[in-house]
Design a protein around this ligand. Structure first.
Ligand SMILES: [Zn+2]
Length: 214
């Protein structure tokens, strides 16, 4: 059974209605209805026919949710001004993030007037994070830890490494304060290499007559 939350949503090219893919009617005569045959690089393949108007429906790109930090400035009933930052608001866009933050502050009975929201950045702020990629070296005994200022740069680095036929790990985000500790990256590199020496150490035989053995 397909879970409802992974069922792709599709939009009708004609009436713009959104349907889940399982509600569509199987499309007929596609070779006459499409500009390019299916499989052609320029062909956008429809998911089926709109159950309402019969036109072709296409998959809708899922909306990405980001974690935003929004600072809301407000005035209390007593007239005093204040500001509150609400972190990690899940929203599809900036306006939605501000609206959600405002709604949160509005629930505070002390707040009389809201001056509006300042969107700082998504919560995973680039200036607070460092993005690590583990890259294998020429031999299996070599590993490099590569640190980047942004996730985008880290992903680009992975592509560059792949072009040189080097495998890389998924990007790992760590706090910048940790990465800035002197010797941290070298220490992690050593720990990663130690993983290649995993083995079963010789287990001492438990001495007879002793109830506890450490
Ligand atoms: Zn339609």
């Amino acid at each position: 059974m397909i879970k409802p939350d992974v069922m792709p949503m599709c939009q009708c090219d004609n009436c713009s209605k959104i349907h889940s893919a399982d509600k569509l009617v199987e499309a007929k005569d596609l070779d006459q209805r499409l500009d390019y045959p299916i499989g052609h690089p320029d062909c956008k393949e429809p998911s089926g026919e709109c159950p309402d108007c019969g036109a072709l429906c296409y998959p809708v790109e899922p909306v990405a949710l980001s974690n935003w930090d929004v600072t809301v400035h407000y005035q209390t009933h007593g007239g005093a001004a204040g500001a509150r930052t609400i972190r990690g608001i899940k929203a599809a866009d900036e306006d939605e993030a501000i609206e959600k933050a405002n709604a949160t502050v509005r629930r505070d009975p002390r707040v009389a007037k809201i001056h509006g929201g300042d969107v700082e950045t998504p919560s995973e702020r680039e200036d607070r994070q460092v993005y690590l990629v583990i890259q294998e070296g020429g031999s299996s005994a070599e590993l490099y830890l590569r640190a980047h200022a942004s996730r985008e740069l880290a992903e680009k680095d992975r592509i560059r490494c792949a072009a040189g036929a080097f495998r890389t790990s998924p990007v790992v985000a760590i706090p910048r304060a940790v990465a800035d500790t002197p010797g941290f990256l070298e220490a992690v590199e050593m720990a990663l290499l130690a993983h290649q020496g995993l083995e079963m150490v010789d287990t001492p035989v438990k001495p007879a007559g002793k109830a506890r053995f450490r």
